[in-house]
Design a protein around this ligand. Structure first.
Ligand code: ASP
Ligand code: MG
Length: 422
């Protein structure tokens, strides 16, 4: 069997759903698990509902109405019969959200998962119903029956043993009756039967989990770009498609912040040597990118990852003594406890520098560090990561910029830059 994953953009309106249906029609004789995200920007919309509810701003119901309108519009483009069962199903999900909203808010992360998980439940229900009406017979699976995690809300850690047994028995049963299974990305269930999410953009990860468990032949992620590109086309004109790359390169690109695929996606596939295809749902016939074992990156061109809104912090002992291992271990744990990821670090005898994403969380951390160290920082910076760079690529990138910190290894260069006044 194979696993397909359709992201939010690929089901953002009625036309997109029909297009995804065309792709599935070509594969309706194969065993296929189809993992789908919430439609369009629905997850963002649900996050706003969560915020309004937690802060009791009174806007939650209006926001929920907008969400309903958005989905009804899609339904009207897909189902001619306004009495279709799918309208009831949508309504039931929305009523379940209303029930949550009527209660006194509990802890944020828990509430988040109980509300945000409806995006995927709704999208898969709509797609499954439409496919069944249009000759693409499929069965809808509530992934929460099989994908079981611990209680780390908003970032559920999967229980592989339990989930493996559940997925294998359920899917093998379903495949006796139907070739195509439609299920949700991004969500799962705790052992106490509460909904949980796997972290933003987590649907890719779901596809990889299922492929791993079911020993799938391949995973295909259908996107609105022709494959994995060497740069974000919104930031770099001339972005080019990579034809193939190794698991290792894909992990590195994701780690440095490329929005190619969710960083957790690769490991479960690599462990079972399952190839991952990234293809355009707009041009399903063209080749896209393949990620697999020992594939040399082709073409071997530099890949660019750009992050704005960076802060460079430098930490030194107050008496200019050495920054030693004990200091570093303390500093690292302060960052870890604050939940701040280090994008880049460098140390010298008397100072330790780190580059991080700017977040409000950094202020209290800096305050804390200042009790013991001299701390200086610089914000509104950029971080460039270039894989497979040439010296000339770096020069052309840094025109009009001051380089505050630079690190190069054999394959990767990283630069922290600041715009020079014009
Ligand atoms: N719908 C979720 C999100 O937007 C999961 C996903 O799209 O992968 O984060
Ligand atoms: Mg999404």
């Amino acid at each position: 069997m194979n696993v397909f994953k359709f992201g939010g953009a690929s089901v953002k309106d009625a036309a997109a759903v029909k297009n995804a249906g065309e792709i599935l029609k070509l594969h309706s004789n194969e065993q296929l698990v189809v993992v789908i995200s919430a439609m369009g920007k629905v997850t963002n919309a649900l996050e706003k509902i969560v915020d309004a509810y937690i802060n009791q701003t009174g806007e939650a119901t209006t926001l929920l109405d907008e969400l309903k309108k958005y989905h009804l519009e899609i339904l009207s483009g897909l189902f001619a019969d306004s009495k279709h069962e799918v309208y009831n199903k949508l309504n039931n999900f929305l009523v379940e959200i209303e029930w949550v909203l009527e209660e006194t808010p509990r802890e944020y992360d828990f509430v988040y998962d109980q509300i945000v998980s409806f995006g995927e439940l709704i999208s898969t229900t709509i797609v499954s119903e439409w496919l069944n009406d249009n000759g693409i017979t499929n069965q809808w699976l509530d992934v929460r029956d099989c994908l079981i995690t611990d209680n780390t809300y908003r970032e559920g850690k999967i229980d592989w043993e339990v989930s493996t047994n559940l997925f294998q028995s359920r899917l093998n049963d379903i495949f006796k009756q139907s070739n195509i299974v439609i299920t949700q990305g991004f969500i799962g269930s705790t052992t106490e039967n509460f909904s949980i999410t796997l972290g933003r953009e987590g649907s890719d990860y779901t596809a990889a989990i299922i492929a791993h468990i079911m020993n799938a032949e391949s995973v295909t992620i259908w996107k609105d770009v022709p494959g994995v590109l060497n740069a974000d086309p919104k930031q770099f004109k001339d972005a080019q498609k990579l034809i193939q790359l190794s698991y290792q390169d894909a992990i590195e690109l994701a780690y440095y912040g490329a929005s190619v695929i969710h960083p957790k996606t690769i490991k479960p596939l690599e462990n079972k040597n399952i190839p991952l295809y990234v293809k355009s749902f707009l041009e399903p016939g063209s080749k896209g990118t393949v990620i697999g074992k020992d594939l040399e990156t082709k073409p071997l061109i530099p890949s660019f990852i750009f992050k704005s809104n960076q802060v460079l912090i430098s930490i030194a002992a107050k008496d200019f003594s050495f920054i030693a291992e004990e200091n570093l271990s303390e500093i690292f744990s302060d960052f870890a406890n604050a939940g701040i990821k280090l994008n880049l670090m460098q140390n010298s005898a008397i100072s330790f520098s780190v580059c991080i994403d700017d977040t409000p969380k950094k202020d209290s951390l800096i305050e804390k560090l200042r009790a013991k160290y001299k701390v200086k920082y610089n914000s509104s910076l950029q971080l460039y990561t270039i894989r497979h760079y040439y010296p000339s690529t770096i020069e052309s990138l840094t025109v009009g910029k001051e380089i505050l910190l630079e690190q190069r290894s054999r394959t990767t260069a990283q630069l922290v830059t600041k715009d020079l006044p014009k």
